[in-house]
Design a protein around this ligand. Structure first.
Ligand SMILES: *Cc1c(COP(=O)(O)O)cnc(C)c1O
Length: 434
């Protein structure tokens, strides 16, 4: 079953998998193999010249991982996907493909801490310059920051930890006006709450570690390609360049666009970066993500309803100075949240505690149900102090740019009983602020 005609909840259980092709196994088998028999020299000739699709070597493709790629692509209406061993690998490979040989990426300061730090201090060592725009909410001003060598706009649909919502349709229109793709990290939303491609995005990224798998038991990443972006030959020569590795059966070198047509981007990510940089997702980890996705809608629905109850509690709390979540009327992003997130805007929220840094730390230590760790989207409710851990690499100036004060506490709401969660918060506030 790989057709996209079915609805979301059917796709999340069945897309990309047909038991008949796998000895009628009902649960997707874990293909725990490094390599695959080539079945004779003639078949091998056809495989290496791309005349026959085949499993070759599990660094590049694997039947279990393939089901995951097809399934997530189906959930988001993408043409194809590439699974990797982490969300950071998905971010990095995307930028490498887009700005290979040098270029700029236009982004916002409202980013996951690892992404922010990699953009600021690692990616730039590879001749890829990152422009952190303060005008991500102001399309007219943002347009002035697009330079001739800007290769993409990169944003998070809902940012972590502040819940900034990007105006995807406006950003997609701007990017396309300048012949560059819009890349959206949709980790917090998941495909259940938001499908970026339907609103104009060209490339979607997930840390599948988070709510997509949802059980805090695996590190994984996914890149999706809409298959619709028209790659400008002057701006993206790397996609049109002929490579010997892409040769036909007469040894003529070919380009990614010749061999993979509209999937040139995602296949270049696989054939160049996954193949040679090697952030391969293991079959067992792909299996864990697939099992998690079977309950994606049910989990996210409960997390969204729990989050609404926690927000209501926090907004009334005398111990809280400010609550950040795009579904709150007090949020600058309330209008965009209504437009793009009718089913809810995820289960990550943050708040400023009315107290000193020490009292904030005491609050975290006093919590009995919330687990103190760096992760989000888990079935278990989680707490973290972003300035110290998730965004700990940011300098004081960067923290200000990203709007992360020292008394900010981030929660990721899980699947426990909401009354137990609010009671836990309440006792911890009383312990810390008495
Ligand atoms: C966690 C996260 C990442 C990185 O993913 P890993 O799987 O931890 O490598 C990227 N983007 C966002 C929004 C995240 O929350």
């Amino acid at each position: 079953m790989s057709g996209n005609k079915h609805k979301f909840d059917t796709l999340k259980i069945r897309a990309g998998y047909n038991p008949k092709d796998h000895n009628y196994a009902v649960s997707v088998p874990i293909y725990q193999t490094a390599s695959y028999d080539l079945g004779g020299t003639e078949r091998a000739n056809r495989i290496v010249s791309f005349q026959e699709d085949a499993w070759l070597y599990s660094r590049i493709n694997n039947p279990t991982v393939d089901v995951l790629e097809k399934r997530v692509a189906a959930l988001d209406g993408a043409a194809a996907g590439l699974a990797l061993s982490s969300g950071m690998a998905a971010v990095t490979y995307t930028l490498f493909v887009l700005a290979e040989g040098g270029g700029r990426i236009l982004t916002s300061p409202y980013l996951y801490g690892g992404t922010f730090d990699s953009f600021k201090s690692i990616i730039n060592r590879f001749n890829i310059n990152i422009d952190f725009s303060k005008n991500i909410d102001n399309i007219k001003e943002l347009e002035k920051e697009i330079k001739p060598d800007t290769k993409a706009i990169f944003i998070e649909s809902i940012s972590n930890p502040n819940g900034a919502v990007a105006d995807i349709e406006a950003l997609a229109a701007l990017a396309h006006k300048h012949n560059i793709p819009l890349v959206v990290d949709n980790t917090i939303a998941t495909p259940y709450l938001f499908n970026p491609i339907q609103h104009g995005a060209d490339i979607v990224i997930y840390s599948a570690t988070k709510a997509l798998s949802g059980h805090g038991n695996v590190i994984a990443g996914i890149i999706l390609d809409s298959g619709a972006f028209k790659w400008d030959e002057k701006k993206f020569p790397q996609i049109y360049k002929k490579h010997y590795t892409l040769r036909d059966d007469k040894n003529n070198p070919r380009s990614y666009t010749e061999v993979f047509k509209n999937l040139a981007f995602i296949d270049k990510a696989r054939m160049d970066y996954l193949n040679y940089f090697g952030s391969t997702l293991g079959a067992f980890d792909a299996y864990l993500v697939l099992i998690g996705i079977e309950t994606l809608s049910e989990r996210v629905q409960k997390q969204v309803s729990n989050t609404a109850k926690i927000l209501e509690y926090l907004e009334k709390s005398p111990y809280v100075a400010k609550v950040n979540h795009p579904t709150l009327k007090s949020s600058d992003y309330y209008g965009l949240a209504l437009k793009y997130f009718p089913k809810g805007a995820g289960s990550v929220l943050s708040f400023e505690i009315k107290g000193t840094l020490e009292q904030g730390q005491k609050f975290i230590d006093a919590l009995k149900i919330f687990t103190y760790l760096a992760n989000i989207g888990d079935a278990k409710s989680l707490v973290i102090d972003p300035f110290k851990v998730t965004h700990g690499e940011l300098t004081p100036e960067d923290l200000e740019l990203a709007k992360i004060p020292l008394n900010l506490i981030r929660l990721s709401i899980g699947l426990e009983d909401a009354d137990d969660l609010t009671a836990d918060l309440d006792q911890a506030f009383k312990t810390a602020l008495k």
